[in-house]
Write a protein that binds this ligand. Structure first.
Ligand code: CP
Length: 329
């Protein structure tokens, strides 16, 4: 595989291989000398047309820890404001010698266009395109889950690095909230299903997309019933994406207060989960809307750990796509 565009493109074995590589990268980060020479002489361009904190910074950290040079491009302050197109921007990067392009864009399909339009030769890594896909987010979520879910132990794992080859067969994961606008939900449904997890999406009907018949997951409108019946190993809360609702001219239905009551994760719902279950959120969080501060900061919350794992999976992805021993994805 030349590019990393969609979680759908990765087989079970490929995901496990990336996660095993990410664990190896994480092991290097626990040592005194964190920097590896692997990508010395390569240039990674971070091309961000949409705001980001975690993804942009962790791609930058990942590239630098592999000794690559990093060029950061953000739409704000660029010639995009003068009407420059994605094609001309891409060709400018190509002329500057980009060896890989990490792209985030508000348009679904932008990463695919950049990879396949013939404008650039470099591998493209999708850092989130519209409501479509965010493959490295689902990789870091899978890495986190793999550390806390042990298929041989009903009590779960202890968060230690996962043994090579572990998948998520039998893990029960509930993903809650604004599925309609969520590339995180789409990527995770694809990737977790590939790893053998049983995924249930829980959302109000107004925040579910139409045409979900072929998605490899179950759907529910009732969070309390889902927690009680499924006894999940993990509950992943989604950010309510109010900026995409207003961009579409739509209001927020149900109201924020109704939403928090029916779909927000608070301590009562956290305590209704099995003791070993973990709480996840891709960030950034709307504290008080989809998750209370108490639930976000609960000892079973793995939200900060997810961010740290993001550096490891992005190191793995860059290494597997760019290292001199040839494309390994
Ligand atoms: N989870 C995620 O993509 O966060 P950022 O928008 O901060 O990159």
């Amino acid at each position: 595989m030349k590019h990393l565009l969609s979680a759908k493109d990765l087989s079970h074995d490929e995901v496990v291989m990336v996660l095993d590589t990410a664990e190896a990268m994480a092991a290097t980060q626990r040592q005194a000398v964190k920097k590896l020479p692997t990508l010395r002489g390569k240039t990674v361009v971070n091309l961000f047309f949409e705001d980001s904190t975690r993804t942009r910074l962790s791609f930058e950290a990942a590239a630098k820890r592999l000794s690559a040079d990093v060029i950061n491009f953000s739409a704000k302050g660029s010639s995009l404001s003068k009407g420059e197109s994605l094609k001309d921007t891409a060709q400018t990067l190509q002329a500057m010698g980009a060896d890989a392009v990490v792209v985030r864009h508000s348009a679904s399909g932008a990463a695919h266009l950049l990879a396949h339009a013939g404008w650039i030769d470099a591998p493209v890594l999708n850092a989130g395109d519209g409501t479509h896909q965010h493959p490295t987010q689902s990789l870091l979520d899978a890495m986190t889950l793999r550390r806390w879910y042990d298929p041989t132990s009903p009590g779960g794992a202890d968060g230690s690095p996962a043994p090579r080859g572990r998948d998520l067969a039998g893990a029960r994961v509930i993903i809650v909230g604004d599925v309609l606008h969520s590339r995180v939900a789409r990527s995770n449904v694809d990737m977790l299903a590939a790893l053998g997890a049983e995924v249930t999406l829980v959302a109000p009907p107004t925040l579910l997309p139409v045409g979900m018949e072929n998605w490899p997951c179950a759907v529910s409108y009732d969070l309390d019933a889902s927690i009680a019946e499924l006894r999940p190993d993990a509950v992943m809360m989604l950010r309510v994406q109010r900026e995409r609702m207003s961009a579409a001219g739509g209001g927020f239905f149900p109201s924020p207060a109704e939403y928090a009551r029916a779909y927000g994760l608070d301590l009562a719902r956290r305590r209704a989960m099995p003791d070993h279950a973990i709480v996840m959120h891709p960030g950034p969080m709307n504290r008080g809307l989809e998750i209370t501060a108490e639930a976000a900061d609960d000892p079973r919350s793995r939200i900060i750990e997810q961010v740290g794992n993001g550096v490891s999976v992005r190191m793995a992805a860059l290494y597997l796509l760019l290292a001199d021993e040839g494309n390994q994805l």
